[in-house]
Design a protein around this ligand. Structure first.
Ligand SMILES: [Zn+2]
Length: 387
């Protein structure tokens, strides 16, 4: 009996002690779910063997990382970085770095593809920076750039630094919300042609745009897939970067009907991709800056007619970016109902457009090397700038 009592006592003590050392469950973190769409998906393939060189200073590490393309999750050795590859890589990275990376859907494209936003760093950080890439179909080196940047910072999170400030410090105090493919339908039309659309109605829309573009002399291509390589718009033939509610009614220099580029749509924010970006941006409460990554020209746009104080702050940040990547700062004011115009004019945010690479889009993968070395540390640079 005595033995039984002491056993019970011991058991009670154990329970007591273990409950003392069990930390409280962390409070639920605030998420920015804009839709009810499913979030993470399991990788479709077994995990890749990732073996990258050790950190050896930013420039050296960036070079070795670049040369180890096929050893990384985000592989740039193939020319076209597709939507499916991006989905797979997001899942791999979320599984490999759950403490510093996640992603979720925040809407759907016209053709029903999930729009993903990745969260790099501490989601509870006081500061936020939003990055949008791939809003124009044929500019699909930009999703590759931001996906490689993400993996680079994740891999070297605990050992890497920007100008002596550890990546961990930067990304724990400034969280990045990154949309690698804002226009997945346009990107897949440019990469794979008309077969990338399964819906016959959407195919018909794009075929009609092809016919009117031929009539207007915008293309002499006899093959629709060759013509589609230069496609910038979404699957409705609307240029998403002319569709935002920022002096939309004033934008007259574009097309009056669906086109491979520059058609602003039947009304401001008529497109689901535009509305999703608006909703995503509005859920973030402390955005320091918005980076819009495009191709091409190696130039920076920053002046869209925003009020003076914001204009000055935007220019100072643009100069910091130009100091690093050597891109030319465009002096003329530029306003064309773009996402960055909307961020600046409607939300009062510092928003800049970074036109990466030189040449005719779609740029070949051989242009990626210069794009990478000019811009690999753009995100920690931005985080450090706003510290
Ligand atoms: Zn563009």
């Amino acid at each position: 009996m005595k033995r039984l009592l002491s056993l019970i006592l011991l058991l009670l003590l154990t329970v007591q002690v273990s409950s003392c050392i069990t930390p409280d469950a962390p409070p639920p973190t605030e998420t920015v779910t804009v839709t009810d769409a499913p979030t993470e998906t399991e990788p479709k393939e077994p995990d890749k063997e990732v073996f990258l060189p050790p950190w050896s200073g930013a420039d050296d590490a960036a070079r070795l990382f670049f040369e180890s393309a096929n050893k990384a999750v985000v592989d740039h050795s193939a020319r076209d970085y597709s939507y499916a590859e991006m989905e797979e890589d997001l899942a791999h990275l979320a599984k490999a770095y759950p403490d510093r990376f996640s992603y979720r859907s925040f809407g759907r494209s016209v053709a029903g593809r999930e729009l993903y936003v990745a969260t790099l760093g501490n989601p509870d950080a006081k500061q936020q920076i939003l990055v949008s890439a791939g809003i124009h179909g044929r500019e699909y080196l930009t999703p590759l750039l931001v996906m490689k940047q993400i993996e680079f910072y994740l891999y070297y999170y605990d050992v890497g630094d920007y100008n002596g400030v550890p990546y961990r410090t930067l990304f724990e105090s400034c969280c990045f919300y990154i949309v690698p493919m804002t226009n997945p339908d346009g990107i897949m039309l440019s990469q794979e042609g008309i077969s990338s659309l399964t819906d016959p109605t959407l195919r018909k829309t794009v075929e009609e745009v092809y016919a009117t573009d031929k009539e207007k002399g915008y293309t002499t291509q006899a093959d629709i897939d060759e013509y589609l390589k230069f496609w910038k718009a979404n699957a409705n033939g609307v240029d998403l970067n002319r569709n935002f509610d920022a002096l939309w009614e004033n934008y007259r220099s574009g097309e009056r009907e669906p086109c491979h580029k520059n058609y602003k749509g039947p009304s401001a924010a008529s497109e689901p991709e535009t509305r999703a970006m608006v909703a995503l941006t509005e859920t973030l409460t402390n955005i320091q800056a918005v980076l819009c990554i495009h191709s091409q020209g190696e130039v920076l746009y920053w002046d869209c007619g925003q009020e003076k104080a914001l204009l000055d702050r935007t220019l100072t940040f643009t100069e910091a970016v130009a100091d690093r990547n050597g891109y030319y700062i465009v002096e003329e004011q530029n306003n064309d109902a773009s996402y960055s115009d909307w961020c600046a004019l409607k939300k009062g945010l510092i928003a800049i457009t970074v036109e990466t690479g030189v040449g005719t889009c779609p740029l070949f993968i051989d242009k990626f090397e210069a794009i990478w070395f000019d811009n690999f540390d753009l995100l920690p640079l931005s985080a450090e700038y706003f510290q």
